[in-house]
Write a protein that binds this ligand. Structure first.
Ligand SMILES: [Zn+2]
Length: 108
């Protein structure tokens, strides 16, 4: 019997969340508390129309920068595959990503 964690790793949902956050105005709060000090290695998610925040620390904040989606990426394909299987959550995410990408990027 395969260990439970091995099955889980076949679908890297956490990676998708990380990836999607870079593209969406994501308001979901991370389960991990942020550090108050500069993490030294910011990773950004889109907090709202104009602002990106680092989800490792509270120091990291910058004007939103548009990050084009790689439509050929494995993540995007996997997301579409799940949506095609009828997963409502992923169907919603895909609609939202497409809507975001249809809008012109903000000037830097
Ligand atoms: Zn940071």
């Amino acid at each position: 019997m395969k260990p439970y964690t091995q099955n889980m790793s076949r679908r890297p949902r956490y990676r998708w969340r990380t990836w999607l956050r870079g593209h969406l105005p994501w308001v979901l709060v991370d389960l991990c508390p942020k550090g108050a000090k500069d993490c030294g290695d910011h990773e950004w998610f889109r907090f709202n129309e104009d602002t990106d925040l680092c989800y490792h620390c509270e120091v990291g904040e910058r004007p939103h920068q548009h990050m084009p989606i790689d439509w050929d990426s494995d993540l995007w394909r996997e997301l579409n595959r799940l949506a095609d299987e009828g997963d409502e959550h992923y169907q919603q995410l895909i609609r939202q990503v497409r809507r975001e990408e249809a809008e012109p990027p903000h000037a830097a």
